[in-house]
Ligand binder design. Structure first.
Ligand code: AGP
Length: 628
């Protein structure tokens, strides 16, 4: 199974509303189906499931959607919101799953890699399967263990030793014991646990804890499971164990619920709110890292010494999706500001190569969640090979942050829209800072160049704010193009990754087919697509590649293509040669991507909205992809 959100509760309140609210807060992890199981007052487990979003679980009482349906009253339960990998979204495949007799309820995030062989052997022993999921083998393995006379937690531990793959599992059983067991194996998805005043809550992610701790200023004693650990949570407290049954002294953390509270702040969609928050995101990524007086960047807690930085031989940047595009921009920044050779690669490819990495390689991983399975696995590989590891991520307490030698937090604030926006700009800002820092340490950046970068960085929040002040122009263009079926995005140099990002943004939220290319690649194939029905968005700011992009635009126009160009203010010449223009302020080349991105986000947003798409939760996607 899936990326998925998990919530479980044991205490003295009704479990249903707490779990339901927790699931709503986790919907960014997946929304193909949802389900809740509660141990009722007679000790039996009752289930409610729905295909689609968590909202489908609501009771029929429109006045009180959190009112507990009579048959689901009880103070122990668990719930799940699913992102399907195998087994289509259906009631039967929705979690929680149960055993042959309905005595156990299990929710799961990850993949049981040996599920087919386990399923065959369990079926041979007479177990009845109800779904196509791999998760169901977990319930029957638990049942087997308990039939052998093991306690619930021992059966749970034993089950953990039989399954292969990366996963997070949470389970409860019938009866009046009030017990939740949770386990983490590998790196696909975390488990977080909090306990207070006779109540325990388990979640796949911190927002799951909010229903219980919303009114607290801090939550102490929050435990995060590591791979190969399990927890047993009862009204009395949470205990932690390894898979050999040995107790673990869990180091816990203190969390502020304010850090994870989320609301749309009056905007129609989180995505629009997050686009509008970009000036603050960029400013906050610079806070205490940029010395505007001296024109220098400062990373006081950087663990690599100046000598170690001087000794570096290359930088490898990794990420997935939007974060990969940030890595590709980062490659240009590292090359131009630090003088080191740099490469950018998809983490999902990197992790399965045998990349040449040594202790003179700096690996920089980028990811808003810090939980993307491929990125985390690639970081492990880099670490095994002796690389120094820096991560740029937005989530404190994430796996990436815990793994890296050094974390540069994006500080963009929580991002809920599945399409990454403000975290992309925060990554680009942070990458500029990191590249300049390495450049300073290596003497590759002159004080004048450093000062120019810092001066413009300081202006960026304001410039982005000006671009966001009037979004009517994007809305007008979106109205013109939202019925298109195809789009090409072109850019060169540091803007080639922005073309890829523009195409990704459009396709993921509007479902319009969009491709991004380095513009120089056009004549090697994609130009065959050009005719009067094809719209090309070309990034043509005033930078080193401007003349080249202008030539590429002419090639498109010569074949009757429609061209929408993003150009630098004052560029009236190109404006007269294309069908539509969008202007960005003038800026030095390394900062241009912070500006060219904004019109692409807004166009994608408005086009998706006009097409009636679910902008914040596009089909088939999830915010954190914790399976490979
Ligand atoms: C962004 O719009 C996407 N939804 C997606 O590509 C995302 O960037 C990717 O899954 C990586 O996530 P991360 O940044 O949390 O690692």
């Amino acid at each position: 199974m899936p990326v998925c959100g998990i919530v479980a509760y044991v205490g003295h309140q009704e479990a249903w509303p707490i779990i339901l609210e927790g699931l709503r807060r986790l919907e960014y992890r997946g929304y193909d189906s949802a389900g809740i199981a509660v141990v009722d007052s007679s000790g039996e487990i009752q289930f409610r499931k729905t295909v689609g979003k968590v909202g489908g679980l609501d009771t029929s009482d429109p006045a009180d959607s959190l009112a507990t349906p009579a048959f689901l009253q009880g103070s122990v339960g668990l719930g799940h919101t699913r992102w399907a990998t195998h087994g289509r979204p259906s009631d039967a495949n929705a979690h929680p799953h149960t055993d042959c007799h309905g005595r156990i309820a299990v929710v799961h995030n990850g993949i049981v890699e040996n599920f087919l062989e386990l399923k065959t052997s369990l079926q041979e022993k007479g177990h009845q399967f109800y779904s196509e999921t791999d998760t169901e083998v977990i319930t029957h393995l638990l049942e087997e263990g308990m039939e052998l006379g093991l306690s619930f937690e021992d059966a749970f531990r034993h089950m953990g030793k039989q399954i292969r793959g990366s996963q997070a599992i949470t389970a409860t059983q019938e009866g009046h014991g009030g017990k939740i067991c949770a386990m983490r194996l590998g790196h696909a998805g975390g488990i977080v646990i909090a306990h207070r005043d006779g109540q325990g809550i388990v979640g796949s992610d911190l927002p799951a804890l909010l229903p219980l701790f919303r009114h607290e200023s801090t939550v102490n004693g929050v435990g995060f499971l590591e791979s190969g650990q399990m927890a047993v949570v009862t009204r009395e407290g949470a205990t932690y164990w390894d898979l050999d049954g040995l107790p673990i002294e869990k180091e816990t953390r203190t969390i502020s619920p304010e850090d994870i509270i989320i609301d749309r702040g009056g905007y129609r969609h989180f995505m629009l709110k997050e686009i509008m928050e970009q000036p603050q995101a960029v400013a906050s990524a610079m806070r205490e890292r940029v010395n505007f007086q001296d024109g220098r960047v400062e990373l006081p807690d950087m663990p690599l010494s100046i000598d170690e930085i001087r000794d570096l031989r290359r930088v490898v940047l990794i990420g997935c999706g939007t974060s990969l595009h940030a890595a590709q921009v980062g490659r240009h920044l590292i090359e131009t500001l630090s003088g080191l050779p740099a490469e950018a690669e998809s983490a999902s490819e990197f992790r399965y190569r045998d990349p040449y990495i040594d202790d003179k390689t700096l690996v920089v991983s980028i990811g808003q969640s810090g939980e993307t399975a491929d990125t985390v696995a690639a970081m492990h590989l880099a670490q095994e090979k002796g690389a120094r590891l820096v991560t740029i991520c937005n989530a404190e307490n994430s796996q990436a942050a815990r793994l890296a030698d050094y974390t540069l937090f994006m500080r963009a604030g929580i991002e809920i829209g599945v399409a990454s926006t403000k975290t992309f700009l925060a990554s680009l800002t942070t990458l500029n800072i990191l590249a300049a820092y390495i450049g300073q340490a290596r003497g590759a950046i002159t004080p004048e160049a450093g000062k120019e970068l810092v001066d413009y960085l300081a202006r960026c929040p304001g410039l982005i704010g000006e671009m966001l002040a009037d979004t009517e122009v994007y809305r007008r263009l979106a109205r013109e193009f939202y019925t298109c079926s195809n789009f090409l995005f072109l850019g060169r140099g540091i803007n080639a990754p922005i073309a890829l990002e523009g195409a990704l943004k459009l396709k993921e939220i509007s479902y319009i087919h969009a491709e991004g290319f380095p513009a120089g690649e056009m004549k090697h194939g994609p130009i065959a697509l050009i005719d009067r029905t094809m719209t090309t968005l070309a990034l043509a700011p005033k930078d080193r590649m401007y003349d080249k992009v202008v030539n590429n635009i002419k090639e498109v126009k010569a074949r009757d293509g429609v061209v929408l160009a993003v150009v630098t203010e004052g560029d009236t010449q190109l404006a007269s040669q294309v069908d539509h223009v969008l202007y960005i302020p003038d800026a030095p080349e390394n900062l241009i991507p912070l500006l060219t991105t904004v019109p692409l986000q807004l166009l994608a947003y408005h086009m998706a909205e006009m097409r009636g798409c679910d902008v914040d939760q596009p089909r088939n996607l999830a915010k954190s992809v914790t399976v490979e």
